[in-house]
Design a protein around this ligand. Structure first.
Ligand code: 48F
Length: 257
């Protein structure tokens, strides 16, 4: 049988749009496919929720791939290791309470589990705005990242979601848009993003979990974004807090939002 380039083209266009149409109205829209976003996607999809993840970059994984300073190993503590065990990711004890895992195995395996559980990931899509009705975020405004990068004047499209998770890492991008454009007070001390503090791994790891919560009607924060929102410190390449935060936000949403 001769291969037809046109059939290949039609297959890609047809299948992509079918996939995208299934995700224009979801239960949970997660912004950012870093460790927190992907773990959240897995546990929510496993709980039967319809989940779409929007990732600006071509590659998923966020800050995981590079380990610390491009040495592609990550470190987790006991509780973080238990989550890696759930995914069948190999860990190795370095010293009591410190385990290492290969960053590439970790990123690729978590993403694979999330997708096989039913989550959809849209890479190269940036979230540039939100939709708000009566004080509640009800969806996202998305555009192709290359449009954003090239500064092209192209209007975006929209997706609706019962819940949005800001898992955008250090930048807290969804919250920044809400802060800038909406009349919605964030559930922080000042009603605004408090901003990330300097590196303090131990404190940050505990705070990440405490800070993983609803931040305004319709929106949850997870991962580094949660710490940045509530004025917590950064933690560098120890990833237990990120993984646990993803699991916690999924649990909060699955338990009834
Ligand atoms: O930064 P990232 O990995 O966030 P995380 O899951 O994990 C943080 C750690 O990697 C590390 C750390 C500690 O362990 O401090 O930094 O909290 O992943 C965030 C992802 O969100 C994407 C971004 O490209 C990255 O892959 N992202 C950010 N803003 C947007 C976005 C946006 N507006 N639209 C789509 N994706």
């Amino acid at each position: 049988m001769a291969l037809s380039e046109i059939t290949i083209t039609k297959a890609i266009v047809d299948r992509f749009f079918r996939k995208f149409l299934e995700c224009v109205d979801v239960d949970t829209a997660i912004v950012g496919a870093g460790p927190a976003g992907l773990v959240a996607a897995y546990f929510l999809a496993k709980a039967g929720r319809r989940v779409a993840v929007f990732e600006r970059k071509l590659s998923i994984g966020g800050g995981m791939w590079g380990g610390g300073m491009m040495f592609n190993e990550i470190v987790v503590q006991d509780a973080g290791r238990e989550i890696l065990d759930d995914f069948g990711i190999r860990t190795s004890e370095y010293e009591p309470g410190y385990y290492t895992a290969d960053a590439i195995e970790t990123a690729s395996t978590i993403c694979s589990y999330a997708m096989k559980a039913g989550a959809r990931v849209f890479n190269c899509m940036s979230v540039e705005d939100v939709m708000i009705r009566e004080g509640r975020v009800i969806g996202l405004v998305v555009n192709w990242s290359p449009v954003e990068m090239a500064g092209l004047h192209v209007d975006p499209l929209t997706v609706t979601a019962k819940y949005v998770v800001d898992a955008t890492g250090h930048a807290t991008e969804v919250l920044r848009v809400i802060e800038r454009k909406a009349d919605v007070r964030l559930e922080t001390e000042t009603g605004k993003v408090l901003g990330e503090r300097s590196m303090w791994a131990e404190k940050a790891e505990t705070l990440t979990l405490e800070n993983t919560r609803r931040i305004c009607p319709g929106v949850y924060v997870a991962g580094m974004s949660a710490n940045a929102a509530f004025g917590g410190p950064r933690m560098g390449p120890i990833f237990g807090g990120m993984l646990l935060s993803g699991k916690r936000v999924a649990h909060l949403i699955a338990a009834g939002g």
